[in-house]
Design a protein around this ligand. Structure first.
Ligand code: MIC
Ligand code: SF4
Length: 643
């Protein structure tokens, strides 16, 4: 039997376990990336591990999320990351250099290699045939120290692309189509692999839009073959030597196969508040809009920006619309300026932002009350924009530009002849904002600067013999990490200050939660299906830990979040029978007898509702390694116990 692309990369990086679907495997990690909103924690944990120099082939720290410096906090954290990386052998991408995934694709991604990043959209690298996976900061710290990265051996979902994209239909419409087919849980436990004749009609940045938003499927990763288009992209970046052809064996066997005919696609939009709530733009046509935001790691490539610039050239943004544009990287920004397209955007009335995440993570540009915002981003979770009652729609740059001009939802295919964009033969390459670390012999002389915003990380605890607790929160299905630990301009500056951050925990769902959790001394959370979907932020585990949460019981969990819970010693358990969810209410007193013993060796445990007398069976599906981590009170303690 042949191998798929992802299976080939896994095979060549396997250091533990066997490639048996559903079992835990350990992978050697070639490259890591961090961004600033998760990076401080990742480097504090790396320091706590005591490793002097990173052991990966390449590790890069990006500053792209917390770039709105309304106080000293973010700037202090940037300085910490700049100095700690210099000391430990990590490259530092300065603020102004761009969004981690876009810059990594341009400057560092290599087909066939492995990458983990403390950001859930790390699979963007799959656009270049690299196996990129999002992970918690602690997992990235361990990988930087030379440790393996553990995942469940995934299923492979094959998306067979045929045909070619019609005018005004973009790569974003492809992934929105896939989201409409699979849903936000459809990729859980799987890697999504693209193949078929249609692949060669897509450039690397278009492929990267598709793999980027594979994160919204809940997938472990998404990947494209590495072919002539990949070689061409690398050549333009001056990195042809990094090219390696990579494709699936003709007899590779897939767990599921879907065919998407690119020629039949039409512009699509993900409606509030979920990326899989997909409708045709034609169905929404005419709806009044207030804001358009173009950018983010999904749609900020030169191709995207040039397309938008051409559509706006010589026109003016509708008076009722505010349009923001954030190019993905300094390279994209520079080239837009060089060819005059930036002037076209400015002249049309676009509000040009720096090349960073910006509005995507609620860092400014929050919509007006009840505002309708069209965004080329990847997430439209409730309140993520910073305006709780805003309606956010996710669309392609083509739909965004068309609607910015008319002031209403507009299907770009109705606009007449589409712009034909030809990309330059070479890209403007200049890595002057990527700082190299100090050489090993000078590293000790580097002083790591820590600002007053950096507070100690809470420590996990070993489980008690019995779990005697109460349900301090009951939530429904598809709870995202943006519900658990909201972000945005007002909260993100406290990413290094867990006590302060805890004041915002779960406030999107229940504004009294932090106070209640503190008053009750913590407890247990009950969730629905796909609990913890979305971001890789380990703060969604660290902050509940600080508030005394010892376990989370849910119908099912999202991959990165469940790993983060285990890493910090919070015990994630699933209900054997989902209907038992209804037997429990917030405030109920609960008991799990033999809790520590069940974690040590049991497959299941009984959850007793002391308030009502009802019972439910819980599944404890842990690997031997995860059991040891939980018993040690978390990965840091476990890793230390090994040395
Ligand atoms: C996101 O898009 O939600 C983020 C912000 O990039 C997160 C990381 C974070 O919360 O810092 C992610 O995707 O992992
Ligand atoms: Fe940044 Fe948004 Fe991409 Fe997250 S999804 S990395 S916030 S641009």
């Amino acid at each position: 039997m042949g191998y798929s692309i992802a299976q080939k990369i896994i095979k060549s990086h396997l250091v533990e376990g066997e490639m048996i679907k559903g079992s835990e495997i350990g992978l050697r990690i070639d490259q890591t990336l961090t961004q600033d909103a998760t990076g401080t924690m990742a480097y504090l944990q790396f320091e706590a591990m005591g490793t002097e120099r990173v052991k990966t082939e390449l590790s890069v720290a990006y500053i792209d999320h917390n770039t709105l410096q309304a106080g000293f906090e973010n700037a202090d954290d940037h300085r910490y990351i700049q100095t700690v990386t210099k000391r430990h052998g990590i490259r530092f991408s300065r603020p102004g250099n761009g969004i981690c995934h876009q810059v990594h694709l341009e400057r560092f991604g290599v087909p066939g290699k492995t990458l983990i990043g403390s950001d859930s959209h790390t699979p963007t690298a799959g656009g270049i045939g690299m196996l990129g996976m999002g992970a918690g900061g602690l997992d990235v710290a361990v990988a930087m120290g030379g440790g393996a990265y553990y995942i469940t051996m995934p299923k492979i979902i094959h998306i067979n692309l045929i045909g070619s994209l019609p005018d005004y239909v973009g790569a974003k419409d492809v992934i929105l189509k896939v989201l409409s087919l699979l849903g936000v849980k459809g990729g859980v436990g799987a890697i999504v692999e693209y193949g078929g004749e249609g692949v060669k009609t897509l450039s690397v940045p278009q492929r990267a839009t598709i793999t980027n938003m594979g994160a919204e499927l809940g997938a472990t990763s998404s990947i494209f073959p590495s072919d002539e288009a990949t070689r061409e992209f690398l050549r333009k970046e001056g990195r042809e030597a990094d090219f390696l052809p990579l494709s699936a064996d003709p007899d590779a066997v897939y767990d599921a196969v879907y065919t998407v005919n690119l020629s039949e696609l039409a512009p699509l939009a993900a409606c509030p508040h979920s990326p899989d709530n997909v409708k045709a733009v034609s169905e929404l046509s005419g709806m009044k809009i207030n804001q358009v935001c173009i950018g983010s790691c999904t749609n900020s490539s030169l191709l995207d920006m040039l397309t938008v610039a051409r559509m706006l050239k010589g026109k003016t943004v509708h008076p009722d619309v505010s349009l923001s544009i954030s190019p993905g990287s300094k390279q994209v920004y520079t080239m837009l300026a060089e060819c005059g397209a930036l002037a076209d955007l400015i002249a049309a009335g676009a509000r040009i932002l720096e090349c960073a995440c910006g509005p995507c993570i609620g860092m400014g540009f929050s919509p007006q009350s009840k505002g309708v915002s069209l965004r080329t981003f990847n997430r439209n979770f409730l309140a993520r924009s910073g305006t709780a009652d805003a309606e956010v729609y996710l669309v392609s740059p083509e739909t965004a530009a068309a609607s910015a001009l008319t002031g209403v939802f507009t299907d770009p295919t109705t606009l007449g002849e589409a712009p034909k964009i030809t990309l330059p033969d070479t890209f403007t390459v200049c890595d002057n904002l990527i700082e190299l670390p100090a050489p090993a012999c000078e590293a000790e002389a580097v002083t790591v600067e820590r600002g007053p915003n950096i507070k100690p990380i809470p420590k996990g605890k070993a489980p008690n013999e019995n779990l005697v607790s109460s349900l301090i929160l009951k939530v429904g299905d598809n709870i995202t990490t943006d519900h658990i630990m909201p972000a945005g301009a007002k909260i993100l500056p406290y990413r290094s200050n867990v006590p302060k951050l805890s004041e915002f925990c779960f406030t999107v769902c229940d504004k009294d939660f932090p106070e209640r959790a503190k008053r009750l001394g913590g407890g247990v959370i009950l969730g629905g299906a796909n609990y913890g979907q979305g971001s890789s932020r380990e703060h969604a585990a660290l902050v509940p830990l600080y508030l005394g949460v010892r376990a989370v019981i849910a119908k099912s969990f999202a991959r990165i979040h469940v790993a983060n819970l285990i890493n910090f010693g919070i015990v994630p358990m699933t209900l054997k029978n989902e209907a038992d969810y209804d037997k429990f209410s917030e405030g109920d007193e609960i008991l799990i007898e033999g809790f520590a013993e069940a974690i040590k060796s049991g497959e299941s445990a009984t959850l007793k509702n002391k308030t009502t007398g009802e019972c439910a069976e819980l599944v404890l599906a842990f690997s031997a390694r995860q059991r040891k981590i939980l018993l040690a009170g978390g990965l840091l303690a476990y890793t230390k116990s090994l040395s």
